[in-house]
Each structure stands twice: as C-alpha cells, then as structure tokens.
Ligand binder design. Structure first.
Ligand code: TYD
Ligand code: MG
Length: 452
C-alpha cells in the first residue's frame, strides 16, 4: 500500500529535513521550510533487469546524427542559443516580471515555421490573442492553451505533437502526484523533470519561462538550473527600452554571447548594432559623460557613462549608481582621492549607465573615472574619445581582454582616440586602426589627456 509521509523542504535551496526548521542549515535563509506530503509508490529496488534497458558503451561506439538546430527566426535569440535550439533540449528563460519574457516567447512562437504549442498558466487565450495582434500577426501553426495541470498538458502534447512547446510559466504548473502548491520547489522540480523526459523522448524542444525571486535567482532556484540544458536571463530596466538576453548555462553553446533587444509597441525588436543606440544620445558639450569601449559577453559595445558630482547637502555624501556596482564606485572614488589627489570625500556622486544596462566588464572603470573627473571640473570630455581599462587599488590601469575588438568597434563608430592600458599595447598592431591610441599606466595621467 502507498505510504504517505511528510518532509520539510527549503524553498530556496531544496534541502529537506524531517522536522521544521526556522533557518536552513544549507543556505542560511530564514523561514523557508514548507511541509510537503509525499505519497510513495511501491519502492523501486535495484533489480537485475533494469540494466537491460541501457548498457554502458564506449563513446566511440555512440553514433551522433548531425543535429540540425531549430531556427528560432530571431537572430539575437539564435545567437544566444549558439545557433538555434537543439531538438529535445529544454531551455529556461528567467527574468523579472514585466521584462518581456512572455512577449519574447510568443514572438518566437508566431514567427517560427513549426507547429508550436504555447501553454499559458497566466493568461487566457483572449489575452494571448490580443498580444499576438500587437506583435503583428497570428499564424495557424501556433496553438495556445490556458492550463496549469501538468497531466492535462502532457495529454495535449501527445495529441497535438507540437514541434516546439512553450510553458509560461513553470511556477504556475502543478503535478497531481504532489500535494503542495504550484510554485513550490517540489512542484517545479517534478514538472520540469517530467517535461524534460517528454522532450528527450520525442525530440521536441521545450522553452520554460521562470520567474525570478527578489534576490534575483530563478524561483524554485538551483534545482531547475540543474535540470534544464540552457539557462537564459532576460534583463534590463523596465523603465528603459533595452533588454539583454544572456546565457548563464548552455550545454550546446558558449555562455558568452548576448542578445540585445528593444521593447517597442510591436514587441521586441532585435538590435544588431547596439553601440549606435547607446551612444547617439550623447549631448555634444556637456560635462560628466564619457564613452566606454566595453565588451559584454564576447560582443563589443560602446556605452555612455554619465556622472554627476556635486557638493553634498547632508553630512554623509551620497554615492548612487544605476547599472554599475556601487561598491566599485566607492573604490574608484577612494583611488581618485588617494592617488590622483581629487577631493571627492564631501561630494555626492551619481553614476548612470545609458540605456538602463547593467555592465559587468571591469574595463568600464576608466570611463567612469573620466566621467567623474569631467563632472568635477565641469569640462566636457571630447565626444570622439573613448576609454577602456580596469583600475586597480593602487591606481594602476590594468589590462583588459579583447582589446582588438574594442578598438575595431570604436573605429567603426567613428571614434578618433582611445585611452587604454599600456599593458595591452604590445598585443596590437596600431596600423590596423584609424584611431589614435593613448596608453595610460596610472589614474594620475588621465586628467592630462582629458583636459590637456
Ligand atoms: P511581458 O512579456 O508580459 O513580461 P513578462 O512575461 O516578463 O512578465 O511584457 C510586459 C511588458 O511589455 C508590458 O509592461 C508591456 C510591454 N509590451 C510592450 O511594450 N510592447 C508590446 O508589444 C508588448 C506585447 C508588451
Ligand atoms: Mg509573462
């Protein structure tokens, strides 16, 4: 007879325990244990004939049929996936509410020339239709279904045999075998595992949409990331137009590509040359703005950095940044104060990265420094000068990776001068670039090049 017992499972990390605990031993989060009743079927013991299903084989005996990837009819999406979706693979798209996950998925479903089943646990078919109309076209390959029961979904998948399955979102699904609410870790894990099994058996690619928790991880967190083949993060500022699709795990491609989109009234538009958009808003002769020759993933992007330095009104000066790490900003200010003798301790400093982007590339440091210096002395930086260089604690300008790509991109956008680490100079052939290359080794040298 089936026995039923209960365990307590941490909703953050999936750790389980026989009794309730206030704080998870594994991840240290408070109040995350939820009781879950599990009905156990007859226990599966290890029997000899289980081995008959699959025998170990040496890798050179395994044949691979050349995988033809599924073209998603979306250049940026394909790029992030490493050239389209692999049949039978499962990808997870995570992102904050309202960032455009459903829009992206529906747009793919409408454009792709394959039979698609779009399951929404959040929107009705009418709402989906309205959205599809906005996205410019309804097509007959794409079927929609509002459903949250996993068993019902699997039945429909068996019936309609879609060539692409989209689940919006994994947190709304529930499997009848598990007595906990949708969105809990055991539901999410079980539903994803069952869908993965179907995907592998039928070679149908599956896109899962996942919500993100306050802390920024995908809810039902690490467990899902282990199950799926590819994890994509859709990020951006909902108040801005630009969205970046980044892969953080990819079994079938590199994780260094990014896709850039713009949210328009007719859905997401692919942006093939992001640099042009991110710097053309630059005002000609205002102080406090500098252009960074950045690399996001492996893609060179020129980004405008803005700084505002003003006298602090209150005793403790404010240091605020959007798109740039605030602790890194404090560090750069300390370096400027100590090594370049700029008195910034009693100043409010604000940093803003154009387009609402969040940058990880440390090479942006030099542009941040230039913008701060420019705002401090209120002299504009030459709009045809750009910057690349990481700043170290002793004020040294450290080398950056992919310098040739940065120079190439700067050239392409008509920049005339770049300030870059002297260390990187050996690796490049300056005759290939029209750009004037200025080598810097310490932050103290920067004002001289900026203001003559
Ligand atoms: P949505 O895809 O619903 O976000 P998510 O599924 O990640 O929660 O997108 C929500 C936002 O996108 C919504 O605020 C409106 C905006 N939007 C547009 O600007 N243009 C469009 O064509 C569509 C469909 C949505
Ligand atoms: Mg949605």
């Amino acid at each position: 007879m089936a026995k039923s017992k209960s365990v307590y499972v941490c909703q953050n990390c999936g750790n389980d325990s026989a009794k309730w605990m206030g704080r998870c031993n594994a991840c240290g989060q408070w109040n995350t244990y939820v009781e879950q009743r599990i009905t156990q079927g007859p226990s599966r013991s290890f029997t000899k004939d289980q081995g008959a299903h699959a025998l170990p084989r040496s890798l050179d005996e395994v044949e691979t049929d050349r995988v033809t990837r599924v073209d998603m009819k979306n250049g940026e999406f394909n790029r992030v996936l490493g050239g389209g979706m692999v049949p039978g693979s499962m990808i997870l798209i995570g992102g904050e509410p309202g960032i455009g996950k459903s829009t992206l998925a529906l747009q793919v479903a409408l454009r792709i020339d394959k039979r698609t089943l779009y399951i929404s646990g959040e929107e009705s078919p009418q709402q989906l239709k309205m959205r599809a109309d906005r996205l410019g076209g309804v097509n007959s390959h794409c079927q929609v279904l509002s459903e949250t029961s996993l068993q019902a979904i699997l039945t429909q998948v068996e019936h309609t045999k879609p060539e692409l399955l989209i689940i919006d979102s994994i947190q709304t699904l529930f499997s009848e075998g598990i007595e906990s609410a949708p969105g809990t870790i055991s539901q999410v894990r079980d539903c994803a595992a069952q869908l993965l099994k179907v995907a592998k058996e039928t070679h149908m690619p599956v896109i899962l949409i996942g919500h993100i928790t306050k802390e920024g991880s995908i809810a039902g967190p690490k467990v899902l990331e282990h199950i799926v083949d590819t994890v994509l993060q859709f990020e951006g500022d909902t108040h801005h137009l630009y969205r970046i699709l980044r892969s953080t795990k990819n079994r079938f491609g590199s994780t260094s590509e990014i896709g850039v989109f713009e949210m328009t009234g007719e859905g997401l538009r692919e942006i093939l040359n992001p640099s042009e958009l991110l710097i053309n808003q630059q005002p000609a002769d205002l102080s406090g703005s500098a252009i960074a020759a950045n690399v996001e993933g492996i893609r060179p992007i020129m980004i405008e950095v803005q700084a505002l330095v003003s006298s602090a009104v209150y005793g403790t000066p404010q240091r605020t940044s959007t798109g740039f790490d605030t602790r890194r900003l404090s560090m750069l200010l300390a370096v400027l104060e100590k090594r370049a003798n700029f008195k910034l301790a009693s100043k409010d400093v604000f940093i803003n990265i154009a387009g609402g982007l969040r940058v990880d590339d440390p090479a942006i440091d030099l542009a941040v420094i230039a913008a701060i210096l420019s705002s401090t002395v209120d002299i504009p930086v030459d709009p045809f000068t750009c910057f690349a260089g990481e700043v170290g604690l002793s004020g040294e300008i450290r080398p950056v990776h992919r310098i040739e790509q940065r120079l190439g991109e700067a050239d392409k956008l008509g920049m005339r001068r770049i300030l870059m680490p002297a260390f990187n100079r050996k690796r490049i052939d300056p005759s290939r670039f029209k750009l004037e290359i200025v080598e810097v080794t310490r932050v103290q040298e920067v004002p001289k090049y900026l203001f003559g």
